[in-house]
Design a protein around this ligand. Sequence first.
Ligand code: CA
Ligand code: CA
Length: 505
Amino acid sequence: MMKWIVVILVHSLLTPNLINVRGNTGMVHRRFEYKYSFKPPYLAQKDNTIPFWEYGGNAIASSESVRVAPSLRSQKGAVWTKTKTAFEWWEIDISFRVSGRGRIGADGLAIWFTTERGDYNGEVFGSSDKWTGLGIFFDSFDNDNKHNNPYIMAVINDGTRHFDHQNDGGSQALAGCLRDFRNKPFPTRARIEYYQNVLTVLFHSGMTNNEQDYEMCLRAENVVLPKAGYYGISAATGGLADDHDVFHFLTTSLHPPGQLDQIGQVPQADNDKLSQEYKEYQKKLEDEKEKYKKEHPDEQKDEFDDWFESDNQRELRQIWQAQSTTTEVLRDLSKKLDEVIGRQERTLGLLSASGGAIQQGGSPPPPGQHQQQYTGDAIRRHEVDALLNTNNILTQSMRDLKTQLNDLNQRTELLIGNQKAGGSVGGGYDMQGLVAEMRDGLNTVKQGVLGVQARVNQPQGLNSCPTTKCVGLTPFLVALAVQLVIILGYNIYKDAKGNQSKKFY
Ligand SMILES: [Ca+2]
Ligand SMILES: [Ca+2]
């Protein structure tokens, strides 16, 4: 959002400037100058020439771009127009990319407008020093170590001065701006306008591919450039090296209103020569196309056919687009319908679960609780089953307990009946006598055990039976245990009977 605001602001600021630059006299006439331009496709022909341009040094041209200087050490290259311009005011738009693996690159790229063509292997960013005219330099490397590079600047020379590389042209620059133009996601662009002695350089940072994202880099008034000149692009690398690629160079001549007629005043000889050259170029292009068609008979289709469409194709495309839109809407509707069905199924599931619980659980819950089941956590089927099982088990246990109680009751009644039939309470047994009897019995047993122990502890030789009658140890202990069990059993039975009697009477 901010970006757009900035773009709109910059645009609104720049537009009046440009109008002022062009004067208040009305519309400026613009004319594209193809003889001072290049762009893809077919930027370079099959013979590697660029129509209307010459290049040299380490420059390499392809159908898509010109690599003015490759990313190798100490490379220099340049590309220059073949002919001098024939218009006074102009605008050029250049799309380029300076890219390299290093955090710092070198040396930079220059755009020229000079009275003579420069070198292809010169000292100033790949071309000639002591030039006459304008140089716009994209200086990557910070020679004076002032941390102010990459830098864009305009330098005008009258053919006498050396470029001050050591100071990055600091004192010679007409104007400039600090902009990083290296390694951008999209090609960087510059628009250089020279109109009525005002030089303007706009810069596109290459952060977007929006055509409108230009910003002002420099503006200088009262600039006097040669009335006619050559355009050139050059680049150089040093110890550090970037690729310097140019994708297009588009020249537009600018004509103040009412002066367009004067275009005809271009020397007739030059005009004829250029027209002839253009015709030759067109013919060459057609020949190349024919040749290609002959060499590739299978690919009869013209490469520009893709750019056009017949009425039928347009109609089909429109129908297809309408259908695509309809399909999209239907898909959305279907998705929403699925959602609704899903919700409905979920609700039905809840209803049936709670209904089952009501059927199996007996009485239905009150209306409030019923409502809560729908809105809150639902009781699930297996939980209901578990509850029912527990309930059944509890019922069964209760039933068993009831049976056992009945049994107990019957037995008790039977016992009471027996007691009544058997006579008085107490049963005629003397408790005191029994205890005394048991104490005597226990004493006898104790003495017996002690006797056995004494015998066991006797030496082997004395272990033989004396003259009296002798019983074995195991039968004796068994007899003892049986006696004890009988006595204790009788005693417990007696106690129980006594208690019952006390309870009921
Ligand atoms: Ca420099
Ligand atoms: Ca510097």
